[in-house]
Design a protein around this ligand. Structure first.
Ligand SMILES: [Mg+2]
Length: 390
């Protein structure tokens, strides 16, 4: 039987109760239990919970003490955002390398994936979805739900009906009908303010949108209005945006603990930000020869310098030398509250580099990145980054 070919196929992948599932994964002794996660060590509001906990009426936003009344066996974990973010990066990277490079990370546990081209080598939309869901479960031990259609808005709404651990496929020709009775305010991207405006024109649910002219919305909201008018009719034209491909700049900053006055500790935080930035650039195949180095003093004054490397690069060494010079020039025993490093001129190709020493550095970075990706973000790093705190 010939399978139907879709002109455009977009998946919204959403991990099921992501933080709670990661805790379950890392603590097999509580597997299958009613699990909740609160924000930080002292947080007392539930930010997510397992489906088992939901059966007792526990939900996101509920105070922990109330949840314990409803579910006395509730097992609570303080959130470990670093761990969730590491796993999220690995999942996104896996999809990018094994399913489709056309991926837009929408949040820590959600991504739009354009799988149009996958039809040629994997098969039908159903086969693609089944394979993706199964692979993620086999590789990471985590469950994902998938909503699939020909546009992002329909896929995003479809995933709500797929949860937990399900797949909801809406053929592009059926997307208008699928959304018809959905209140416009439930559509991702339509705020309460916009829905109030639409209500004045008797648009309450998606099917009402076709009763008004597109100009009504574009006159008020411009290009966004044009998109909203189409979105509600299952015709969302927006493409999956590669989060980094068209980036012009990329940066990392950090607010420091109080009263940092030690030059070495300031340098430590800069080294950490530089390492993070360069690793992200390498992962996304970016180089830059032009950077902003900045730090903020306690009196809120920023010190900033734009610096240029002799050659476009994505290795920390050259830049760290300029950071040291920057600190020497600008720091006068002030307390520093924030540091920032930004690559200002990202490019994806590098000028020819014939220096053998740089080849060694490149190989070293490749090995470090591979080990850090496999085990933990910073399990191997440069001595400068660990020394002041050890
Ligand atoms: Mg989720």
């Amino acid at each position: 039987m010939r399978t139907e070919h879709w002109e455009r196929a977009i998946i919204l992948l959403d991990m099921d109760s992501f933080f709670a599932s990661v805790e379950e994964l890392d603590n097999p002794n509580v597997s299958g239990g009613a699990i909740s996660v609160t924000n930080g060590l002292h947080g007392n509001t539930i930010i997510t919970c397992s489906y088992k906990a939901r059966q007792y009426g526990v939900h996101t936003g509920m105070p922990l003490y109330k949840a314990r009344i409803l579910c006395p066996d509730l097992i609570n974990f303080p959130a470990r955002h670093k761990r969730y973010s590491l796993l999220s990066n690995k999942i996104m990277q896996y999809i990018r390398e094994n399913v489709s490079p056309d991926i837009e990370e929408f949040s820590i546990d959600e991504a739009f994936i354009d799988v149009t081209k996958c039809q040629a080598h994997i098969g039908s939309i159903k086969q693609i979805a089944n394979k993706l869901q199964r692979k993620i479960y086999e590789k990471f031990g985590l469950k994902a739900s998938l909503g699939i259609s020909g546009d992002k808005t329909t896929a995003k709404h479809a995933v709500k009906l797929a949860k937990p651990f399900g797949i909801k496929i809406v053929r592009p020709a059926d997307s208008g009908q699928f959304l018809a009775n959905v209140p416009v305010v439930d559509i991702c991207g339509i705020s309460i303010k916009i829905s109030d405006f639409l209500a004045k024109h008797n648009v309450y649910k998606c099917s009402d949108m076709s009763k008004i002219q597109q100009e009504v919305v574009t006159q008020k909201y411009g290009v966004t209005g044009a998109r909203i008018w189409l979105m509600c009719q299952g015709l969302d034209p927006s493409n999956v945006k590669h989060n980094y491909r068209n980036a012009k700049t990329m940066g990392h900053g950090k607010i420091l603990p109080p009263n940092i006055k030690d030059k070495n500790i300031i340098l430590y935080y800069f080294a950490h930000m530089v390492a993070k930035l360069m690793r992200r650039m390498r992962v996304n195949n970016f180089y830059s020869d032009y950077f902003l180095i900045a730090m903020r003093a306690k009196n809120k004054k920023w010190f900033k310098d734009k610096v240029k490397l002799t050659i476009s690069n994505n290795s920390q060494h050259g830049l760290m030398n300029l950071v040291k010079l920057f600190i020497e020039k600008n720091w006068h025993s002030d307390c520093i509250t924030q540091v920032q490093i930004t690559a200002l001129r990202l490019c994806s190709s590098k000028q020819i580099d014939i220096l053998d020493s740089n080849c060694k550095v490149k190989r070293l970075n490749r090995v470090i990145d591979a080990i850090n990706t496999k085990y933990d973000n910073n399990c191997i790093t440069y001595a400068r980054i660990i020394s002041p705190i050890e």
